[in-house]
Design a protein around this ligand. Structure first.
Ligand code: ADP
Ligand code: MG
Ligand code: ZN
Length: 617
């Protein structure tokens, strides 16, 4: 977590609360249906029978609206019962308090029941956590707390374009939006229509939120934000009213930016959701469209939305006059990463030996958020090591930490396990190092991290990453490298002794092989066709569910082809490792002694060994 974020946490909490109170209609559900009145005792009984899912308590604690599991609504007059909250939380009822509008939000905040109830909620939460161990799914007290954090308003974000680095193209496109906000008259004078919506598209952590804030900051206008998933998670029937409320607030504060994060959560194609339509979401989306159409040309409100799934968005959102501008925010390239590192290095004390240029080179594929996180991790490590400056070692460790999770140095490992992991990793590393045209090995480690017992790091080439183009021989090498771990185990311990430690590797091999055949057209029998329509296209490395559009026969051929590819890779890995068995033993020994070895150690080893680089193809 961002340090600055944590520091202003309390401030934000207060602001959220205040805004929440300021926008009074938010949690008021449809009252038309709430005709039935329950007796208090019946209500408690229903709660204890777990028939009640939600309760919305009036501000004076006098009445509550009750939503039962089947969706039916009723009202109850509350008795002054101090055990009520406990009964509700114990029975997994979602609790909320209906806010009211008073003259001053501050006065309201301090005089209302909100604060004490938040406190009680938090206590219950802790209490229940303590009681039920760590498995606290669907905790009502937690929902209760979460339901407060909705619409946020920042009068001035204090973020400028200078804070966002390495995405020059996106900034350029957005600087136009800043101009619209700053001097709308210039545009209307010549009859230009100002765009209403801008859609920022890009993977998580690339700085979309930051960019939206920077637009507000540069233009000096307030920044309203809400997240799409929050529209949807809310009480039934209020998503649409919350949208209305959001725009009401925005109109009062125009010119301003309204930022809708994760818009895909509301903006999915209507009627196409899995498991039937989601009425709530459709109503919310319709309301959003209505609002966008409603405000005329130059209302001074520009809506910026962010998503990493543009493919699932309802096409109605993209029509002219809605989100008709799209700005792509990509992962930064080398130059971009360097700029981002420089931005985040400003508030850190780095020692002279830290070369950000090298760091940028070592981190292809990292997003802005990853890089910010990396420097922060490095600073934390330096503080733990009681240094007054962050040195190269901390930065190096932080890179690995961000890539693979923290090392678990204190975990006790038996000698036998250590040896096994050493052989396994050495197997990956040697196949990788000796295959022609493969990424160089950066480091091999047998210190467990995350789920992994040990790790071999390769330095992927920037060019390959950037172009996304992988040759057939590269992919074949990749499969052999991934199998190298298991093969080493087999060679050293015999086939009977192999472990489950390679399951991840095997998964990876199977994926590569299948993709080569069904996606990249690299199979002779099947030919250059793509099989399996993917839903939603290839975007941003998510798993894509694909639909089968080929025959049983083809499916059988694919299976045969996959196992052939894997078989070849397996044979190649076996050949490399048996022919260089001495090197395998030596590297495993080095690992057992030192736990980590790096590029130079491996190069040394290769130089002094009699390497058999026979034809491994
Ligand atoms: P997104 O909204 O795309 O998921 P964020 O804007 O929330 O990403 O980025 C998270 C954090 O990562 C930012 O607060 C910032 O510290 C850092 N960051 C991301 N991209 C950049 C960038 N281009 N320049 C500087 N910092 C960045
Ligand atoms: Mg974001
Ligand atoms: Zn492995």
């Amino acid at each position: 977590m961002n340090k600055r974020l944590r520091n202003i946490g309390i401030y934000v909490l207060v602001v959220i609360t205040v805004i929440f109170i300021g926008t009074s209609v938010i949690d008021r559900p449809n009252t038309e249906n709430a005709t039935k009145t329950l007796r208090y005792s019946d209500f408690i009984e229903a709660v204890q029978d777990k028939e009640v899912s939600r309760v919305l308590i009036s501000p004076d604690n006098g009445t509550a609206q009750v939503v039962e599991n089947d969706g039916s609504r009723s009202e109850v007059n509350l008795a002054p019962d101090k055990d009520l909250l406990k009964i509700l939380t114990d029975n997994d009822v979602d609790i909320a308090v209906q806010p009211t509008r008073l003259s001053s939000p501050w006065q309201q905040a301090f005089s209302s029941l909100l604060f004490p109830i938040i406190l009680i909620g938090a206590l219950f939460f802790l209490f229940r956590r303590a009681q039920s161990g760590s498995g606290g799914g669907g905790n009502p007290a937690m929902n209760f707390g979460k339901s407060k954090a909705r619409l946020q308003m920042e009068p001035s974000t204090k973020v400028t374009f200078a804070d966002v680095a390495g995405v020059e193209g996106s900034k350029l496109e957005l600087s136009e939006v800043v101009d619209f906000l700053k001097s709308p008259d210039r545009f209307t004078a010549v009859g230009a229509k100002i765009p209403k919506g801008v859609l920022l598209v890009g993977p998580p952590g690339t700085g979309k939120t930051l960019l939206a804030k920077a637009v507000a900051g540069e233009a000096g206008v307030p920044f309203f934000s809400i997240s799409g998933s929050e529209f949807v998670e809310m009480f039934v029937g209020v998503g649409a009213s919350r949208v209305r409320d959001l725009f009401e607030q925005a109109k009062k504060n125009a010119p301003c930016i309204v930022f809708i994060d994760e818009i895909d959560a509301v903006g999915r194609q209507r009627g196409a959701g899995l498991g039937g339509g989601n009425d709530e979401r459709e109503q919310t989306l319709n309301q959003l469209l209505t609002e966008m159409d409603g405000f005329e040309g130059n209302s001074g409100i520009i809506i910026v939305a962010a998503t990493n799934r543009p493919d699932v968005l309802d096409s109605a959102l993209m029509r002219p006059g809605r989100f008709d501008r799209q700005v792509t925010v990509d992962r930064p390239d080398y130059a971009g990463r360097l700029q981002i590192l420089n931005v985040h290095a400003k508030d850190k004390t780095l020692s002279k030996d830290v070369d950000l240029d090298k760091v940028a080179k070592r981190t292809p594929g990292f997003t802005g958020a990853d890089l910010a996180n990396l420097l922060n991790e490095a600073a934390i490590l330096a503080a733990r090591r009681e240094l007054d400056k962050v040195s190269n070692d901390e930065v190096g460790d932080a890179i690995e930490r961000v890539m693979a999770g923290p090392e678990k140095k204190d975990r006790v490992i038996s000698e036998r396990k250590k040896e096994l992991v050493a052989y396994h990793e050495a197997g990956h590393a040697i196949v990788g190092a000796l295959m022609p045209d493969y990424d160089p090995v950066a480091k091999v480690s047998i210190i467990p991290r995350g789920q992994a017992g040990g790790l071999t790091f390769f330095t992927p080439s920037e060019e390959r990453l950037e172009s996304g183009l992988y040759s057939r021989s590269y992919l074949q090498n990749q499969m052999a490298v991934a199998l190298g771990g298991r093969v080493a185990e087999e060679i050293v311990y015999g086939e009977e002794e192999v472990t489950t430690g390679a399951s991840n590797d095997l998964q990876q091999v199977a994926n590569v092989a299948r993709q080569m055949i069904t996606k990249f057209g690299m199979s002779e029998k099947i030919g250059p066709v793509a099989l399996g329509r993917s839903q939603g296209g290839m975007f941003l490395g998510r798993d894509i569910a694909s639909e089968r559009d080929f025959s049983e026969d083809t499916a059988a051929t694919i299976d045969v082809e996959v196992s052939e590819l894997v078989d070849v890779a397996y044979k190649r890995a076996t050949k490399v490792l048996t022919e260089n068995r001495g090197m395998l033993d030596e590297m495993a020994q080095m690992l057992i002694e030192r736990e980590t070895i790096d590029t130079e150690d491996i190069q040394d080893l290769i130089n002094r060994s009699e390497v058999k680089v026979a034809n491994y193809l």
